[in-house]
Structure formats: structure tokens, C-alpha cells
Design a protein around this ligand. Structure first.
Ligand code: GLN
Length: 392
């Protein structure tokens, strides 16, 4: 058989999605790939049922249905304190995944440098390879996941065209402060670069932390490509609805990339999702309370059974420190991936090995999420208690 492209030889499948497949194979409780096990808001489901009998079965406008773009522009314009033009500053994509890929392909030539914080959401690695960009990794240093601004300045000095900022951060749950983002924004402006943000967890930020939109900072709208999604906000990860917001010149390019990659997101789902974007502010408050409760419940449970973890400021992820397990004789020589595979088989809980998020050799962390019904979290904690028992 002829050889495949070098491109596909340089990255593996997604470890996050692989863990879901292994979890399903063993019938484990899947706390690996982040998605809720509860229903989307009823209003969205009711609208989806109606839409089936309305005229939404052919292509929508390639860069997004008119009413969806208008609703997105309205909601996000309010958030960033600047009107957004639904015609020229928004593209609806197939999930946040396509939004990020589209952003990278729109601005990067082969060998362009792009800064990526490490740990990072694993897609960014493959996005860089597929768009030809060369990542420069900027460590987010545990336990508080701070970074060194000088390293970012050096990155820009070496010609980096953009910096990718996942805020709130998957997998470490960091919420960048306004001061941190302002400091980064000054460098973006000084070096005439781009900030590419991934803000899909914008509404999952826990008090006292607050989400700051990079595009809202002085002078930054013209330098920010915001990638976002409806997946987490409306519990509809399978609908694959994401979007880009950026200045007109970027969006012009992004529309072309998006058009030839996918033509467009699913028309009936776009129509049904508009319902959610018209929810009042109280919906987002409710979502935040729901996840705050889940976070507190799950973390308290982890404390009770004696598993060490970080305290996420945002997102629905928590990193467990498995160092003490890896020091046990039965895990001698185990990688974090092998530990996660063992955990699925023997404990019945699926997690994502931390090494899939870090550029540095970090093998002592695993990522769990808590977007689960309380009963599922209880069962997961019971099972994890058996794991913790190995340390006794
Ligand atoms: N963002 C979620 C995670 O990190 C799901 C990502 C995905 O599989 N598209 O688990």
C-alpha cells in the first residue's frame, strides 16, 4: 500500500477519546472525556423536536444560520462590552474543536510559531501539526499554575505569531486573572500578534474567581480570536456547535477555511440551539450553582477517602496526584496511561492520564471530571475508595 502522509504519523489519536472507548468496553464510570450525563435544558429538547417538522433539513448559511449568529453576537457582545457584527465577526463551526483548528489554519503558515501553555488541552498539539505551526510551550507551574511573563516575551521575540490561552484552563482548572491577561495582552499588542482563546468553560468559573474575556481588554478585540462552544453551556456536546469571534479580516479568512472543511454545522441543531441563547441571565447563574455544588461535593468526597487533588477555579476537571500509588510495588514501572487502564479494569472508573496534557515529563497526575449526576459521583467515590484503600 502507498505510504500515508507524514502528517498523520506525527500524532496519535486523542487519548481523551481513547479513554472513553476503553471505559465503554469495560462498563466503567467514565470520568475521562468531559461531558455531562444529564439532559440539556428541556426548552432546547422541545425546540429540537419541533424543528424536525420544520424546514431546517438543508444546508444552513455556511458560516452559520442568521438567527444563531445574531443570538451569539448579542450574548457575547454583552459579555465583552462591544457590539459584535453577526455578518462579519462570527463564524459558527462544528464544535469548539473546529473553531480552534479553523483559527490556526486561518493565521498560520507552515513553521509559524505559536505559544501554548503546558498543560494544554490535547487538541492544540494536533491542531499545530495539522496547520503546520510550531508550538513553543510555556509552562504553567503547579500547584498554582503560574507562568513567567518573560518566557512569553521571549516567545514573541523569537517570532511567535500567537498565543493560545485556554481560560478557564482544561485540564488544570486555572482561571486567568484580569492582571495576568492584561500583562499578556500588552505583549500581544507590543509584538503585533494574536491571542487565540478557548473559552468553552466561560460559565464554569467558581467564586471568588471571575472570567475575564481577552477580547474585552483595551485594544484586544482586533488581536483576539475567540474560540467557543455551546457544548458545555447547554450540555449538548454531541450537537457539535462551536463558534469563532474575531475581527473582520480574520473572520473573512476563517469563513473560507470553515467552508471548505465542513461547509457548515448541522442546520436543525443550530436552529434548536438559538432557544438556549435567549435564556435569561438566571440560566447561567443556575449552571454555575449546579457545577459549584458538584465540584464541592466531589472534592469533599475525594478528601474523605484521602485522594490528593488540586482545587479547580473553573472547568469541571480535577487533577488527582497518583504519586503515592506509583510508589507501590504493584505499580512499579507503570506509566500514568497504564495506571488509568488498570483503574478502568480493576476499579471501574475512567480518568485521562495527565501526560497527554503536559509537554514536560509529568506522569503523576490523572484527570477526572465531575459533570455527573450525584448518584454517579457517589458510585465513583465508592469505587475510588477501594483505590485509596491500597494506601492503607
Ligand atoms: N473538552 C472535553 C475534554 O477535555 C471533551 C473534548 C472532546 O472530546 N471534544 O474531555
Amino acid at each position: 500500500m502507498p505510504k500515508l502522509s507524514r502528517r498523520v504519523e506525527t500524532f496519535t489519536d486523542s487519548v481523551i477519546r481513547r479513554m472513553t472507548r476503553i471505559s465503554d468496553e469495560y462498563g466503567a464510570i467514565n470520568l475521562s472525556q468531559g461531558f455531562p450525563d444529564f439532559s440539556p435544558p428541556k426548552e432546547l429538547l422541545d425546540r429540537l423536536a419541533q424543528v424536525a417538522y420544520e424546514d431546517y433539513h438543508q444546508y444552513s448559511i455556511t458560516f452559520g444560520a442568521q438567527n444563531l449568529r445574531e443570538a451569539l453576537a448579542e450574548k457575547q457582545g454583552k459579555a465583552i462590552g462591544r457590539p459584535i457584527d453577526p455578518e462579519t465577526e462570527v463564524v459558527v463551526t462544528c464544535g469548539g474543536t473546529e473553531a480552534m483548528m479553523c483559527a490556526m489554519m486561518t493565521i498560520c503558515n507552515p513553521h509559524d510559531k505559536v505559544m501554548v501553555f503546558s498543560p494544554f488541552y490535547e487538541n492544540y498539539g494536533a491542531d499545530a501539526i495539522l496547520s503546520g505551526a510550531e508550538p513553543i510551550y510555556i509552562p504553567l507551574v503547579p500547584p498554582d499554575y503560574h507562568f513567567d511573563l518573560e518566557q512569553i516575551e521571549k516567545g514573541f521575540q523569537s517570532g511567535a505569531k500567537a498565543i493560545i490561552i485556554c481560560n478557564p484552563s482544561n485540564p488544570c482548572g486555572k482561571v486567568f486573572t484580569r492582571e495576568e491577561l492584561t500583562a499578556i495582552s500588552r505583549l500581544v499588542l507590543k509584538y503585533d500578534a494574536f491571542a487565540i482563546t478557548d473559552e468553552v468553560y466561560e460559565h464554569l468559573v467558581y467564586a471568588p474567581y471571575q472570567h475575564t474575556y481577552m477580547a474585552s481588554l483595551p485594544g484586544m478585540f482586533e488581536h483576539t480570536i475567540t474560540c467557543n462552544s455551546l457544548s458545555k453551556t447547554f450540555s449538548i456536546t454531541g450537537w457539535r456547535l462551536g463558534y469563532l469571534i474575531a475581527p473582520e479580516a480574520v473572520i473573512e479568512g476563517a469563513k473560507k477555511v470553515h467552508d471548505f472543511l465542513t461547509v457548515g454545522a448541522a442546520a436543525p441543531l443550530q436552529e434548536a440551539a438559538v432557544t438556549g441563547l435567549h435564556f435569561p441571565e438566571s440560566y447561567y447563574d443556575g449552571l454555575k450553582s449546579l457545577y459549584t455544588e458538584k465540584r464541592d461535593y466531589f472534592l469533599t468526597g475525594l478528601d474523605r477517602i484521602g485522594l490528593e487533588h488540586n482545587v479547580p477555579q473553573g472547568t469541571y476537571f480535577v487533577l488527582l496526584d497518583i504519586s503515592r500509588f506509583l510508589a507501590l510495588p504493584q505499580f512499579a514501572g507503570f506509566t500514568d496511561l497504564e495506571f488509568c487502564e488498570w483503574m478502568i479494569r480493576e476499579i471501574g472508573v475512567a480518568a485521562v492520564p495527565g501526560s497527554s496534557f503536559f509537554k514536560e515529563p509529568v506522569f503523576h497526575l490523572i484527570r477526572l471530571h465531575f459533570a455527573r449526576e450525584k448518584a454517579t459521583l457517589d458510585e465513583a467515590l465508592d469505587r475510588l475508595a477501594r483505590l485509596a484503600g491500597l494506601l492503607k
